[in-house]
Design a protein. Structure first.
Length: 276
């Protein structure tokens, strides 16, 4: 009996190294026949892709914020440039403008476009809209997040204007079938020729139009059927079929006030400014 026990113990002792050797061989074989590298590559692709997506999301959000800042700065620079372009006092002069940028997101068939900025940003009816090229139009109506702009070329548009050089005053109306504008000068004997630049006259309280916004260039002087007015066709500076980023004028800067040009035969009389 003792001999049998000792023999069994020796057999168990011999089998343990053999099993370990077999397991080791199996693992080696498994790694050879079914490499683990594809699994590692798969995990890397999945988790690496998620990491890249998260990183891209952060970059996108940062880029959108930066873009919005640049657009606001662009609008401010346009307003500053418009303010310094004024050469003489006008009925709506101010030291600067409060503005907000907007994107054109829709085109209507009635001479209107839709922008992605509305009353929540302070945009209301009869505010001037322009872009880097020139006058676009005026706000026709606004909702919380969007607004409708009547283009300067619309059939119902009527804009006080003047020749930039001679400062002769007139009225600009839309000629939508040709994408042009018609300038009717009040002085029938006023000199006007192709190449003359036309700018806005400016409205009291700067609504609907602020002064000296570039409108376009005279391309043709029309024959005068009567001696009451002098008319010319004007090609607008703004590209109405390719509008994108525009600027809406909300009003004067808080520390600026309009100029009253009603006194002394149309001469300008400065209003008091707030602050020094």
């Amino acid at each position: 009996m003792r001999s049998s026990g000792r023999s069994s113990g020796r057999s168990s002792g011999r089998r343990a190294p053999v099993l370990l050797a077999l397991v080791s061989a199996a693992l080696i074989a498994a790694d050879t026949v079914t490499p683990l590298e594809p699994l590692r590559a798969f995990g890397s692709a999945v988790f690496g892709g998620l990491e890249d997506a998260a990183s891209a999301g952060v970059r996108w959000a940062s880029g959108e914020h930066r873009l919005a800042e640049l657009e606001r700065e662009n609008a401010r620079l346009r307003a500053d440039l418009l303010a310094v372009r004024r050469t003489i006092p006008s009925p709506a002069q101010a030291d600067g403008y409060q503005v907000v940028p907007a994107h054109v997101i829709g085109f209507g068939r009635d001479g209107t476009v839709t922008v992605d900025t509305g009353s929540e940003a302070g945009v209301t009816r009869d505010m001037t809209v322009f872009d880097g090229d020139g006058l676009v139009g005026r706000i026709l109506r606004s909702g919380p997040g969007t607004a409708t702009v009547q283009l300067a070329t619309a059939s119902g548009a009527s804009i006080g204007a003047r020749l930039e050089g001679s400062r002769e005053v007139g009225l600009v109306t839309g000629v939508p079938e040709h994408g042009l504008l018609r300038l009717s000068l009040l002085n029938a004997s006023a000199e006007v020729k192709p190449g003359d630049r036309v700018v806005t006259l400016g409205s009291r309280d700067m609504r609907p139009y602020v002064p000296d916004v570039p409108i376009g260039t005279v391309v043709t002087v029309e024959p005068a059927p009567d001696a009451l007015t002098r008319t010319a066709l004007v090609r607008p500076f703004a590209r109405f079929t390719a509008l994108d980023l525009v600027t809406v004028v909300l009003g004067p800067l808080p520390d600026a006030a309009p100029v009253d040009a009603s006194a002394s035969g149309g001469g300008a009389k400065s209003s008091a400014k707030k602050g020094a």
